[in-house]
Design a binder for this molecule. Structure first.
Ligand SMILES: CC(C)(COP(=O)(O)OP(=O)(O)OC[C@H]1O[C@@H](n2cnc3c(N)ncnc32)[C@H](O)[C@@H]1OP(=O)(O)O)[C@@H](O)C(=O)NCCC(=O)NCCS
Length: 200
């Protein structure tokens, strides 16, 4: 990772504030999100039994990771889901992103879109990356829509690559280049010196 993000840093977009996920965030509520079939329908975590110990270990591993960073998505001070940036591919100056809103009463309020916008700020400004990308199950319409609203382009598809909840599903890929982000999100990208760099 080109730079380390401290636990005190905040990345804000709309009502969403991203901060690093810490062991205290590994609560029964967080466990409940991962055990909720409506939430985990398109999450790879659904393949393993989820436990509090497992979540604690994952959060600790993410804090120690040299190529990925796990954020708590917060809204009005409430932890409502998580977002991950990584692994960062340093030589290629790009990274994957993923996210979920676990608190179902918060769905449909634009929080995933804002969390993705905040992740873009982390990736393009704070880490000086050149490209961000995400993959999803074709059936996960809301996730694709949130990426598109944040400026991502649907770039391609691996046909029927994923074992979805109702059978084989296409794996759809989205990407956003730094120069595209500058055009779609001028308020957040304006005046950031890192944007004029080469991405390293
Ligand atoms: C998918 C998910 C991230 C969407 O989060 P959200 O905060 O409700 O999304 P937003 O409010 O930002 O909505 C973004 C757009 O998607 C649409 N949308 C959201 N959920 C949708 C759904 N289930 N079906 C169709 N459209 C949906 C919204 O209407 C909005 O579009 P619009 O402004 O044109 O109306 C959330 O439901 C979730 O976390 N699900 C479980 C985990 C998951 O699938 N994570 C993503 C893995 S790739």
């Amino acid at each position: 990772m080109p730079a380390t993000i401290t636990i005190d840093e905040r990345f804000i977009s709309g009502r969403v504030v991203l901060r690093r996920c810490v062991p205290a965030d590994a609560t029964a509520e967080y466990l409940g999100w991962l055990q909720d079939p409506a939430v985990n329908r398109y999450l790879e975590t659904r393949w393993q039994e989820q436990t509090l110990d497992g979540i604690c270990a994952f959060v600790a591993a993410m804090l120690a990771s040299s190529d990925s960073v796990l954020f708590a998505i917060t809204c009005d001070g409430r932890h409502v889901g998580n977002a991950k940036l990584g692994p960062v591919q340093g030589r290629h100056a790009c990274a994957d992103l993923s996210y979920f809103i676990g608190a179902r009463d918060c769905w449909g309020q634009g929080l995933a879109t804002e969390a993705i916008r905040a992740l873009c700020q982390v990736g393009f400004v704070r880490l000086g990356l050149h490209r961000l990308q995400a993959g999803l199950y074709a059936g996960n319409v809301g996730s694709g829509r949130a990426l598109e609203k944040a400026g991502f382009t649907r770039e391609g598809v691996w046909r029927r690559q994923l074992a979805g909840p109702d059978g084989w599903e296409d794996h759809v890929f989205y990407g956003l280049l730094r120069e595209e982000w500058v055009a779609v999100d001028p308020p957040r990208s304006a005046g950031n010196a890192a944007l004029s760099g080469g991405g390293r």
